[in-house]
Ligand binder design. Structure first.
Ligand SMILES: Nc1nc2c(ncn2[C@@H]2O[C@H](COP(=O)(O)OP(=O)(O)OP(=O)(O)O)[C@@H](O)[C@H]2O)c(=O)[nH]1
Ligand SMILES: [Zn+2]
Length: 189
């Protein structure tokens, strides 16, 4: 159940339109506050969800080697400017004691974390920590690559700039070779 308050958003959007010098009562803008409220409910739906919840499904499969789901597309909203940043997340882990989860659940975890006002670093570490705490694997590695609209359409205006963040936990922290293996697999075309 979402906690998004449509009424408040609608009033705020009406005020913003007025404040920038628009006429919120002209035909094209009449339904805009309602549309924006529906959009915020959708793009911030992760605020009312627990990312770790998706990871409760486990298979009991004794695979204690790398599982990597790469190129998971995501869209998020920069918490400083409330404009999108978007890209791909790569999520790898080495399961322990049969704690193998469904592949789609890793993508669902990314989705829940991304659909909040966010920082790229926080998406990266929250996904890693959710997997670490829920599946207690040998290790977790999360790499996120994204383009931030706040650096593209405003401010410094540098389209094409890509930000890469990573979070490593457990065995990956001290094992340079397995970190390198994951990075090679992520970059393989
Ligand atoms: N570390 C980090 N910074 C981010 C992220 N998204 C946006 N930012 C940065 O947040 C900073 C906010 O800086 P401020 O100086 O408070 O805001 P601003 O005046 O709008 O900054 P400019 O973008 O430089 O014009 C900017 O440098 C953004 O590039 C993110 O996911 N992680
Ligand atoms: Zn921003």
């Amino acid at each position: 159940m979402s906690d998004v308050n449509h009424d408040k958003i609608e009033k705020a959007v009406y005020s913003i339109l007025e404040a920038v010098g628009e006429n919120p009562d002209r035909d094209g803008l009449l339904d805009t506050p309602k549309r924006v409220a529906r959009m915020y409910e959708e793009v911030f739906q992760g605020l009312s969800q627990d990312p770790a919840e998706h990871l409760q499904t486990v298979f009991g499969e004794e695979h204690e080697e790398l599982v990597l789901v790469r190129d998971i597309p995501f869209y998020s909203m920069c918490e400083h400017h409330l404009v999108p940043f978007y890209g791909k997340a790569h999520v790898g882990y080495i399961p322990k004691e049969g704690q193998v989860t469904g592949l789609s659940k890793l993508a669902r975890t990314v989705e829940t974390v991304a659909k909040r006002p966010q920082l790229q670093e926080r998406i990266t570490s929250t996904v890693a920590d959710s997997i670490l705490e829920t599946l207690t694997p040998h290790g977790v590695i999360v790499v996120v690559e994204a383009e931030h609209m706040c650096m593209t359409m405003r401010g410094i205006q540098k389209p094409g700039t890509e930000t890469v963040t990573s979070a490593v936990r457990g065995s990956f922290e001290n094992d340079e070779a397995s970190r390198a293996e994951v990075l090679t697999l992520i970059n393989r075309s």
